[in-house]
Design a protein around this ligand. Structure first.
Ligand code: ATP
Ligand code: MG
Length: 404
């Protein structure tokens, strides 16, 4: 006598502390849930303190898998609804328990009477439903502290809702509530993880990728696009912006000393990203720099590279160890793509010993021999913008463990 779930109850958590922004947050979360489930015939209804997803026959497992990736959800419970008669409540509670019951299990009933006109109050409800469970399951035991199963009963005006499972959500804040940021996305391990973490705190990201054909291959470009596609599972569709970078790299190679090649290349990337940010109304830049990982990521290097802009740069993985970053990359399913061997534009002319401690005045001096404005504006004029949408395939097949 298994019973089908009729809806999912979604709880918000951190949102509840957000006072006057609350409305915006709930609205955005509802929008994000709707778009993640758009190909299924479900209905999303968001209220002040929780949301409902009416399944209307849709596969619960599939909906749950997608919900687990949406930021702003603390947890959710699949639920069944019963009409407000005690008889139906009794059989529904027994059928629901049958889904999870194993002999000797401990349980407790947690009732809430949102509609106070209902004939039983919450204590009486606990008693009534508890008796129903004892009647149907001989070896069931009540335990108040950490029971195996908590059977939640919620009486509302339209129906009574019952649930036995609570599934942890992705946490964080709904994507889009923090404003827009430009993610500098290479094909490496770190920047997709940085993008994921920015999404988690509500940033609506656009991916900026520098390509230097023919030195970088179409494969490298595809890899960056595929990584962006992976991130859409968490944030919905993402704009992918390809920047032509060949001319700048050749100029630097021909006119600057080798030891400053990396520093100047990075400074150009940052200038260009910042210009694109302005045009596209972004507020911040996000990158995958991790302190001390390579020559361009010493504090001295960061200082000189960062000097081209005062725009806030968010570096979500800056203090993480490589293994910690890899751990997240595996969980969000970007790792296997990231390790595919394609040259990144930054490494194509890289000298064996880039400067780990560049000087700002020297960097500026070498740049004075270049037409900075012309180079930047030609690169910006040449960008290709392409929206990468959630692929249903990817959303369904991706494995996702609890990250938080
Ligand atoms: P990643 O694993 O993200 O490539 P990394 O450890 O290889 O990082 P670098 O190659 O030095 O480090 O790059 C540092 C950061 O610069 C990257 O995390 C990314 O944000 C940015 N970046 C590097 N190459 C590109 C590129 N081709 N397009 C856009 N951003 C880039
Ligand atoms: Mg890299």
């Amino acid at each position: 006598m298994t019973i089908e779930y009729s809806e999912i109850l979604v709880r918000y958590g951190e949102l509840s502390t957000k006072g006057k922004n609350r409305k915006t947050f709930i609205h955005q979360l509802a929008k994000n849930m709707t778009s993640a489930l758009t190909d299924l015939d479900v209905r999303v209804k968001a209220t002040r303190d929780h949301a409902h997803i009416l399944l209307r026959g849709a596969d619960y497992e599939l909906v749950a898998e997608r919900l687990a990736k949406i930021f702003g959800i603390v947890n959710f419970s699949p639920a069944v609804s019963a009409d407000r008669s005690l008889d139906t409540l009794r059989t529904t509670a027994q059928q629901l328990m049958a889904r999870v019951y194993k002999a000797g299990m401990t349980f407790k009933v947690q009732s809430r009477r949102a509609d106070h006109t209902f004939e039983l109050d919450s204590t009486e409800l606990n008693q009534f439903v508890g008796d129903a469970i004892f009647d149907a399951f001989d070896y069931a035991k009540v335990q108040m502290k950490q029971p195996d199963v908590t059977l939640r009963v919620e009486v509302r005006e339209d129906a009574i809702y019952l649930s036995v499972e609570t599934i942890k959500g992705a946490g964080g804040l709904p994507v889009g509530t923090a404003g827009r940021g430009m993610l500098m996305l290479s094909g490496g391990i770190d920047s997709p993880v940085a993008g994921y973490l920015a999404l988690k705190r509500g940033v609506d990201i656009e991916a900026v990728h520098f390509a230097s054909p023919p030195y970088t291959s179409p494969g490298a470009l595809k890899k960056a696009r595929d990584l962006t596609a992976k991130l859409t599972a968490f944030g919905g569709s993402i704009q992918f912006i390809e920047v032509p970078f060949t001319e700048i790299q050749e100029e630097i190679r021909d006119k600057a000393p080798q030891e400053y090649l990396m520093t100047l290349t990075r400074r150009f990337m940052l200038r260009i990203t910042d210009e694109i940010r302005k045009i596209r109304h972004g507020k911040i830049i996000i990158n995958g720099e991790s302190l001390g990982q390579v020559a361009s990521q010493t504090l001295g290097s960061m200082e000189v590279i960062n000097a081209v802009t005062t725009t806030p740069i968010i570096r979500p993985v800056v203090t993480m160890d490589k293994l910690e970053i890899i751990d997240i990359a595996e969980k969000i399913d970007t790792f296997n793509l990231s390790i595919l061997p394609f040259e990144d534009c930054c490494t194509i002319f890289a000298p064996p010993n880039p400067k780990t401690n560049p000087k700002l005045d020297k960097a500026e001096f070498y740049e004075s021999k270049l037409d900075i404005e012309g180079l930047v504006s030609r690169a910006v004029a040449g960008i290709k913008v392409d929206k990468i949408s959630v692929s249903a395939d990817d959303a369904q097949n991706q494995e996702f463990d609890d990250l938080l």
